[in-house]
Design a protein around this ligand. Structure first.
Ligand code: FES
Ligand SMILES: [Fe+2]
Length: 416
């Protein structure tokens, strides 16, 4: 693809004229994050008590429970529970704690499936698809059992654009739409339902959940850590550190629009693969051809947009596909990352080949990020440095830190 001189000049000017921190004095002095926030048991307990049960958390997609009886289970480690999402016979999607009301056994041990009812593996209590207790073995031997009082414990659930979110507080102070705010406004019209087919990577990583998350909030590291994987796609001669086209910080969430190298040449295999799909292997040369809700600067050097939804859900939209990352804490120094990459169902062998290629390319980048998280954690408690230094393009990290601190502070004071 030939580089357009005007476009290159625009990108260069853009970088000169924008200094993100100067637009956000509310974040305080640039780049002084206390390392202690990422290693202490105390911080982990604060997050457990004041954060996770007080926000909307993304569980999965409605296409996973298309028909009555279809269900899936999502583990939510920081809330010490598993969420069972199921479509009832009445067509309603509901969420429950995957916990039997007899003696607390998970009522399904499967991650997903399709059932007529749930039978607890321990003593055989049967729950219907609406969560009501339908049958109890040897019922007469209980004392005046009123089955209507022993339904599964329902969890608040709301759906936005096919995404199923739950809120573990029985009385959420905010609805999902209000919580998602400008992220929902921006992506209301994105055709997520057109790509229901996904592959998933899931891994437990020996580091604090924010260490990996922070790597997804800045693109500064790409030229170095991802030098041999994704860097050639988002780094160019004119933009050697891949400065972002746009960063927008709101009350809770963050948005970044990423530069793409217009001179990017895939490898030989990548060139063949890219004939059958777009994903991260091509830069948008023609901004007009994209759906309206992406690439807000309408740049012809755009690669993808990052929508980071507080606290642990990241939705990356790419031309032709979209990524969904979730970052779950398991302990102060262990986390689980779940990444799904969505595509339309492949129509032929070429498209399947492209998706397999893209899967492997994504794996390489994720492994680099995960390894980095573990390397950071290995010296986090050394006390060699007390603060991390951030540069202008790392502002979204400072914003996340600021939002998290304020959120916990607010909850401690107003809703202890
Ligand atoms: S714990 Fe479920 S039937 Fe006993
Ligand atoms: Fe990375």
């Amino acid at each position: 693809m030939a580089k357009d001189d005007t476009e290159a000049a625009t990108v260069a000017n853009y970088r000169e004229s924008k200094r993100w921190f100067s637009q956000h004095p509310e974040l305080g002095a640039p780049g002084r994050l206390p390392v202690s926030s990422y290693e202490s048991q105390e911080q982990y307990e604060l997050e457990k008590k004041y954060l996770w049960r007080r926000v909307w958390l993304m569980m999965g997609r409605v296409d996973e429970v298309e028909k009555p009886g279809q269900f899936f289970v999502t583990k939510v480690p920081p809330c010490d529970t598993e969420v069972l999402v199921v479509r009832g016979r009445d067509g309603e999607v509901r969420a429950f704690h995957n916990v039997c009301t007899h003696r607390g056994c998970p009522i399904t041990w499967e991650e997903r499936g399709k059932v007529g009812a749930f039978k607890c593996p321990f003593h055989g209590f049967v729950f219907d698809l609406s969560g009501d207790l339908a049958a109890v073995p040897d019922e007469k031997n209980f004392y005046n059992l009123d089955k209507s009082k022993y339904s599964l414990t329902e969890i608040n659930m709301e759906i936005w654009n096919g995404f199923i979110f739950v809120h573990l507080d029985p009385e959420p102070r905010q609805g999902l739409r209000e919580f998602l705010a400008e992220t929902a406004d921006r992506l209301d019209s994105f055709p997520f339902e057109g790509s229901p087919h996904y592959y998933e990577y899931q891994g437990d990583i020996d580091c604090n959940w924010k260490l990996v998350l922070y790597g997804f909030l800045e693109n500064y590291h790409t030229q170095c850590l991802h030098k041999t994987s994704i860097s050639p796609l988002v780094v160019s001669q004119d933009n050697p550190f891949s400065h972002n086209l746009e960063i927008s910080l709101s009350e809770k969430h963050r948005f970044m629009s990423l530069f793409g190298n217009p001179d990017y040449k895939p490898t030989n295999v990548g060139t063949i693969a890219s004939k059958y799909g777009i994903a991260l292997m091509q830069v948008a040369a023609d901004a007009e051809s994209l759906v309206d809700c992406v690439n807000p600067t309408k740049s012809n050097c755009w690669s993808f947009d990052i929508n980071n939804i507080f606290p642990n859900f990241q939705l990356n939209v790419v031309n032709g596909t979209w990524y969904c990352h979730r970052f779950w804490p398991l302990s102060p120094d262990k986390m689980r990352m779940v990444t799904r990459v969505y595509f339309p169902k492949p129509k032929n062998a070429g498209e399947r080949f492209f998706q397999e290629y893209s899967k492997v390319a994504t794996r390489d980048v994720l492994l680099e990020d995960a390894t980095l998280g573990e390397r950071l954690q290995s010296v986090l408690r050394s006390k060699a440095v007390e603060h991390w230094l951030l540069q202008d393009e790392e502002i979204a990290i400072q914003h996340f830190h600021h939002v998290l601190e304020n959120f916990i502070e607010h909850e401690i004071t107003k809703n202890p």
